[in-house]
Design a protein around this ligand. Structure first.
Ligand code: IPD
Ligand code: CA
Length: 260
């Protein structure tokens, strides 16, 4: 049975997704601003965030909010907060690529309690609650059990204009390309983690992410029986946005190769 908390999170995402689907079909009218080099925000990001914020703050007026497109909002309850990315994968969205998602996590006393990652175009709703497992459209999901790199698909972020450490990336690729069954780059870290939870990918790692990119996905992976930590093995590194995720065995195999 879903809790009232996760129900309101799903309801908020579904409501906001209607406008997103409409905007996705009319991309020629999309208003876009640049936040930094190759870092964009569209009118759809803002509208989606506003709808989610209105829904969730109506249901939980005391809760605090951390959201990609505004400053943090501190309310009476500073120990309970929603962590929201209205569109994770904005660049994909702008290019007509359907691989983007709404990501919402609920955290109480520094512990993740509930998470949803919703893909409006494929209508895939990934959900998790602490201690209750992870689900895709209400069906239980689990991380993959592959132990060998030679059978595994890896997913990561590729550095680009204004982002990431190209030299380090090239060095890591040099070491692992000959070892693995495939490497992917999707453009949505929230969906990458949701797909790890569903066993569609074996390992995800990326540096320099933000808390709203990964908070919901981290709970999805953990509740699906997987591992999500900082690249140096600590939670501090994780919440600084340097993440590695998968099943324990495959992470060990990769760490040995890359010296994590
Ligand atoms: C981005 C996506 C992408 C990751 C970037 C993020 P945004 O989020 O998660 O996969 O590589 O670092 O910024 O900007 O589309 O919300
Ligand atoms: Ca994001």
């Amino acid at each position: 049975m879903d809790s009232p908390l996760i129900n309101i999170m799903q309801k908020a995402a579904k409501k906001a997704s209607r406008g997103l689907r409409r905007d996705f079909n009319e991309l020629e009218n999309l208003q876009v601003k640049t936040k930094g080099p190759a870092n964009f925000v569209t009118a759809s990001d803002i509208r989606t965030q506003n709808i989610i914020y209105d829904e969730l703050s109506y249901a939980k007026p005391d809760w605090s909010f951390v959201m990609e497109e505004s400053k943090p909002i501190e309310n009476k309850n500073t120990k309970a907060r929603f962590i929201i990315d209205p569109i994770d994968g904005t660049t994909n969205f702008m290019h007509g690529n359907p691989n983007f998602a709404i990501s919402i996590a609920a955290e109480i006393n520094d512990r993740l309690e509930a998470a949803i990652v919703y893909s409006p175009i494929t209508d895939e709703m990934f959900t998790a609650e602490r201690g209750k497992g992870s689900f895709l459209n209400d069906k239980r999901i689990r991380v993959a059990t592959r132990k060998k790199l030679s059978e595994s698909i890896l997913i990561t972020g590729i550095p680009h204009l204004g982002r990431g450490n190209k030299e380090l990336f090239m060095k890591e690729m040099d070491m692992i390309i000959p070892e693995v069954a495939g490497i992917r780059r999707s453009g949505s870290a929230a969906l990458d983690l949701a797909w790890i939870a569903a066993g569609r990918y074996d390992i995800f790692w990326e540096r320099g992410l933000s808390i709203w990119d990964i908070a919901a996905g981290v709970l999805l992976v953990r509740e699906a029986g997987g591992f999500a930590k900082g690249i140096d093995g600590s939670d501090k590194d994780l919440w600084n946005g340097n993440i590695i995720s998968g099943n324990d065995d495959i992470i060990l195999a990769l760490s040995e190769k890359l010296g994590f």
